[in-house]
Design a protein around this ligand. Structure first.
Ligand SMILES: [Zn+2]
Length: 376
């Protein structure tokens, strides 16, 4: 864990050194390892497998990147692990280098030859900026013939089982109109006014989403939400606005709602707004830019990963949380997925981030039992 924290893998920077380190450690143990680079070549995902080359088995997933650390706010160097009073401090201690280190430690204790089902290690880049690496990794896995059965995403949940979280999708919608004098509004195309209409449709959609709340939804609030976070446009009182943009997000409780929101807004643009704008000026346009889409993790009645982790940890029941993770991407691929990892989300993204030794040993216990299970 000290080695991992010493790699300053802030999302904006390269994670390659850490990934090569992890690949070396795992291949020493006999794992088959694959590094998948992004298009810049400065970042990579690592996928490694111990045990037989066959269907099933478990994916242990963690992101390699960390949020930035402002050294002055810390009691010690954020990229040098320090132990104080039963806690290990450092950027990424709970989010998520403690978990990654625990998977390596557990791998060292495994008798790989005895495994009847594989254990996979999925270490990704750019989680903190929209699960970009995991998306690429999941696409890579989709191309493979053999597929793991379950995934444990070791984000900090204090070792409780998390079976659901909403998605989080952020968009910026840009409006291009045609400027003109404010005294003759009909001669121009007012981007700010069309943006206002668009916001009106979003608010109507927000009400429609309330009615779509799934029966027994565990979320708070139980339905998918829409929020308009920022509106900007135009230049002055007396000028027809040529440009405007709206920054908005939706937090869907299901993939179906996510698709519903996108479909509804796209149809509104294509069928109503654009024809109206272009009837005045053909150069008018509306485009929606995706800032980030984190898939939700939908709670399932039947979830093999929940059952497995409950047996391994002795935890009773499962909960939902308000933060997003890579778990939804694995679920979308067809795996049963839960989030369960050492440390608390309360300590993530803060100065003096830590994970307690107690939490790490609970995680190691879970992983050791998992090893035994996969050898049975
Ligand atoms: Zn995280």
């Amino acid at each position: 864990m000290a080695d991992l924290i010493a790699f300053p893998t802030v999302s904006s920077d390269s994670n390659l050194e850490m990934m090569v380190y992890l690949a070396n450690r795992l291949s020493h143990l006999g794992a088959r390892t694959d590094l998948f680079h992004d298009e810049t070549g400065h970042k990579a995902n690592l996928f490694a497998t111990l045990g037989p080359d066959r269907e099933g088995g478990v994916v242990l997933s963690g992101h390699s990147d960390v949020v930035p650390a402002v050294a002055e706010d810390w009691s010690s160097d954020p990229f040098e692990m320090v132990e104080r009073e039963g806690r290990l401090y450092g950027r990424g201690a709970c989010d998520m280098k403690g978990f990654i280190a625990a998977t390596l430690a557990a791998a060292e204790g495994l008798d790989a030859a005895a495994l009847t089902r594989p254990v996979h290690f999925a270490f990704t880049y750019d989680e903190e900026v929209g699960c970009i690496g995991a998306r690429a990794l999941v696409e890579e896995l989709a191309r493979r013939e053999v597929r793991p059965a379950t995934a444990i995403i070791g984000e900090p949940t204090s070792m409780r089982i998390v079976e659901g979280h909403k998605g989080c999708c952020e968009y910026t919608t840009h409006f291009r109109g045609c400027a003109g004098h404010g005294s003759q509004p009909e001669r121009g195309v007012n981007a700010a006014e069309y943006a206002a209409a668009y916001v009106g449709r979003l608010l109507q959609l927000r009400r429609d989403l309330v009615a779509r709340a799934p029966e027994g939804s565990p979320f708070d609030p139980p339905w998918s939400t829409v929020n308009v976070g920022r509106i900007e446009g135009g230049v002055a009182h007396n000028v027809i606005a040529a440009h405007a943009h709206v920054e908005w997000e939706t937090r869907p409780v299901s993939a179906a709602d996510q698709a519903f929101v996108k479909r509804t807004m796209a149809a509104y643009v294509e069928e109503e707004l654009l024809p109206a704008m272009r009837s005045v000026w053909p150069g008018a346009d509306i485009s929606t830019q995706t800032i980030g889409e984190v898939e939700g993790l939908e709670p399932m009645t039947e979830n093999a990963a929940r059952r497995l982790v409950a047996e391994l940890t002795g935890a009773n029941g499962a909960e939902v949380v308000s933060f997003g993770t890579e778990a939804g991407l694995f679920q979308k691929l067809g795996l049963a997925a839960v989030v369960c990892g050492p440390g608390s989300i309360e300590q993530a993204h803060k100065p003096d981030e830590y994970v307690s030794l107690d939490q790490l040993s609970a995680c190691l216990d879970m992983l050791d039992r998992l090893g035994g299970r996969l050898a049975a």
